[in-house]
Write a protein that binds this ligand. Structure first.
Ligand SMILES: Nc1nc2c(ncn2[C@@H]2O[C@H](COP(=O)(O)OP(=O)(O)OP(=O)(O)O)[C@@H](O)[C@H]2O)c(=O)[nH]1
Length: 724
């Protein structure tokens, strides 16, 4: 990811946001239809799940093949909740630690205090039933914190759950910091992170960094037999927490389990229902809605040239710079790439005439603030394309109309189809299809129609709706039909909008501001104003605020938001907050640069994103799957926020042509729908589909080919048969 010119803003979708719209049934149905249309199923996915679960109960799963490779120990820092060990935190931690020690040494005092608080509580009119309900809710969110302590905190705050939760989290951080220092009297090394002990791992459990895969499996799946999970591994510690039962509200996530960051089912919804009640500050008035626009298509289709020329026409590139690009491109014998150089800034890209990384630019149309993401077309750089598509709300699919070029871009190995399908799986619904290089076919209406018909049929089959597709004839090189409508005499048969008019008319995509914060880091750089750790990316959910703490997953360190920059046209505008849908720069303080990386997720400190190594998923396999998937097959797993080496731990079931699911298949062929258990080599940040769909999507690739796509159903490993 490259930020080409720092910044211009966008946004505001909060006022337009409607949870019902965002999670609409129509969308749900479309996704299901997409799977069904392509992969031969029309069954309701929930019904399938239930059916599969019943089948599973009836048939005991076989043990995994002996050949299944044992996963290496998780990367240091992964799966652990760590907070940075700043001096301020140490100090706070000491004080809190002393306070809680004092409490522990004097239970009678504690009781007296409790009684006093109960009296106060009674005076405040808080019913015992209310309090018990709150204690129960908070127990779900704060795994490992004794109920008595939760009750005490609630009473101290007059039954205010938010205040009590904050206090308990603070205490946990402080306790943890104190533990990290060894004793109160010895300050810790300033930069050494410590494990947050709130949750199951708090009392003497080892951190996940040192845990064996077997232990991880055992902890992740209480039903699994720890010994059979990985027979060669070191003896597994007895699992202490049932991960399905408790949330990881930050916390919860008992560090040291395979599902360390995985809250139990329902925890997300509970947390959200609490957040929903919070009135979000409407903040600064936003002028124009933001649009994250990704440009995709086969290599050399003309993506960078088209967008570079569009930016030039919109006056985002000066004539002086354009002359410079033309001169320099000619020197390299790449004169025709001058407009592409607006976006392809790396020397390497310019010399090769190929986009490698996602180029990012910001511009405005009359009604939209656009974050432009120019994705690479070459198949070697599909992972980068996925990263760009994951940030997009809508896409421009560029296809060359020139004879032979369209055909090769559209054939089996061409990236036109692959990009379109990947974009759909990344959640993009609306496509502007720029039928480019029309100058090379003399603006022939027949050729345009031929391209449109072939593409339309494919895209409809691939899960796009007819009304979400707009086909526009253009010449990126000549700059025709980019901003102004077609001049008379060029292609009088076309009466539709130009590319810029299409962009301007794109409806903003609603994003949930009232969900736990999730911002996937797409780039890291240094800025003078935001400091040495500035990250950028799209906020998928929630709100990020200046001065507040965010959790950085998967290293699980707390960082302070030093500042936020929005991009508005050519300007960078400091902001007090930014919310879902915006693509912003955020300065982070109080962490080391090693704790944040590309694809890290900034999240709600009280409800971080799950960090897991095992999950159950529903997948649909593609034509590209040359060799059937077996138990133990290795794949490259891509999510919006992570890439990881992964293994199909177990094939749980496969959809039959008659719509029924067959349990425990021996293999899965191309174009089938299946339920599988997956293990990743390193911990990844991911959500359940039922919790937060945009971050639940997965793509599986093998040898540079996308072989399947799907969604995470739950965090668990398959049942294992007991070894006799
Ligand atoms: N004749 C003609 N050539 C074009 C047009 N658009 C792009 N080209 C040429 O196509 C070649 C590739 O253009 P790029 O813009 O680099 O293509 P791209 O799709 O961005 O390529 P990657 O990002 O590497 O996948 C260049 O030589 C362009 O000049 C067009 O409308 N007409």
């Amino acid at each position: 990811m490259r930020r080409i010119n720092p910044t211009y803003d966008a946004d505001d979708l909060y006022d337009d946001y409607d949870d019902e719209d965002y999670y609409d049934e129509e969308y749900e149905a479309q996704e299901a239809a997409m799977l069904a249309a392509q992969y031969g199923s029309s069954q309701d996915l929930n019904a399938q799940q239930q059916q599969q679960q019943q089948q599973q109960q009836q048939q005991q799963a076989p043990p995994p093949p002996d050949a299944f490779p044992a996963a290496p120990a998780p990367a240091p820092g992964a799966q652990s909740f760590i907070i940075s060990n700043s001096k301020k935190q140490n100090k706070k931690g000491k004080n809190k630690g002393k306070k809680s020690n004092a409490n522990a040494q004097h239970p009678s005092q504690q009781q007296q205090q409790q009684q006093q608080q109960q009296q106060q509580h009674g005076q405040q009119g808080q019913s015992a039933m209310d309090l018990t309900g709150k204690v129960f809710q908070m127990t779900e969110l704060l795994d490992g914190v004794p109920q008595a302590r939760i009750r005490e905190a609630l009473q101290a705050h007059g039954g205010n759950m938010d205040a009590a939760m904050s206090q308990l989290l603070d205490e946990a951080h402080a306790n943890n910091t104190t533990k990290g220092t060894g004793t109160d009297s010895k300050p810790a090394a300033a930069s050494k992170p410590v494990v947050l002990s709130l949750g199951g791992a708090g009392k003497g459990e080892s951190s996940s960094a040192s845990q064996t895969p077997a232990a991880a499996v055992a902890s992740a799946a209480p039903q699994a037999n720890a010994a059979s999970a990985a027979p060669e591994a070191a003896p597994a510690p007895k699992p202490k927490a049932a991960p399905s039962s408790r949330s990881g509200a930050g916390a919860g996530a008992g560090a040291g389990t395979a599902s360390a960051g995985a809250p139990g089912p329902g925890a997300y919804a509970k947390f959200v229902s609490k957040l929903d009640k919070l009135k979000l500050d409407p903040g600064e008035a936003d002028e124009k809605p933001n649009l994250n626009l990704v440009v995709i298509g086969h290599v050399d289709a003309g993506k960078s040239t088209l967008m570079g020329h569009l930016l030039y026409k919109l006056k985002y590139v000066s004539q002086r710079d354009m002359h410079k690009f033309e001169k320099e491109a000619k020197v390299l014998n790449k004169g025709s790439f001058a407009f592409a150089w607006v976006l392809d800034e790396h020397e390497d890209e310019r010399e090769r005439g190929v986009t490698v990384d996602v180029g990012v630019k910001y511009f405005e149309t009359e009604h939209r603030c656009v974050t432009l993401l120019d994705a690479p077309g070459h198949r070697d750089f599909i992972p980068n394309m996925i990263s760009g598509a994951a940030q997009g709300d809508v896409a421009i699919l560029v296809v060359p109309a020139s004879t032979g070029e369209f055909e090769s871009s559209f054939q089996h190995n061409g990236q036109t189809k692959e990009h379109a399908i990947l974009a759909r799986y990344c959640g993009i619904r609306k496509l502007v299809i720029a039928v480019n290089k029309m100058d090379m076919c003399e603006w022939s209406q027949d050729r345009f129609n031929e391209v449109v018909e072939s593409l339309r049929a494919f895209l409809l089959q691939g899960g796009y709706a007819a009304e979400d597709l707009i086909f526009v004839p253009v010449s990126g090189l000549a700059g025709v039909n980019l901003v102004d409508p077609l001049p008379a005499g060029v292609a009088d048969w076309y009466k539709g909008p130009s590319v810029a008019q299409c962009i301007d008319a794109m409806p903003p995509v609603a994003r949930p501001a009232n969900k736990p914060l999730r911002m996937v880091v797409a780039d890291i750089f240094k800025t003078i104003l935001l400091g040495p750790i500035t990250v950028s990316g799209k906020i998928e959910a929630g709100v990020i605020k200046e001065g507040e703490s965010v959790m950085v997953a998967p290293s699980m360190v707390l960082a302070k938001v030093k500042g936020i920059h929005r991009h508005r046209g050519k300007e960078i505008v400091p902001a007090k907050y930014a919310r879902a849908g915006e693509n912003v720069d955020v300065g982070l303080q109080g962490i080391e640069d090693t704790m944040v990386g590309l694809t890290s997720v900034l999240c709600e400190a009280k409800f971080p994103i799950p960090v897991v190594q095992y999950f159950e998923a529903e997948i649909a396999t593609f034509d590209g799957l040359a060799v059937p998937l077996l138990n133990g097959t290795q794949v490259q797993l891509h999510t919006q926020s992570s890439q990881a080496v992964a293994h199909i731990l177990k094939l749980a079931s496969v959809r039959q042509p008659d719509g029924k699911d067959k349990a425990n298949p021996r293999f899965i062929r191309k174009n089938q729908t299946a339920r599988v258990f997956i293990q990743t080599q390193d911990s990844i940040c991911i959500e359940r589909h039922d919790d937060f769909r945009p971050l639940s999507r997965i793509l599986l690739r093998q040898n540079g080919v996308t072989v399947a796509a799907g969604r995470v159903l739950d965090f668990k490993s398959p049942k294992k048969k007991k070894l006799r």
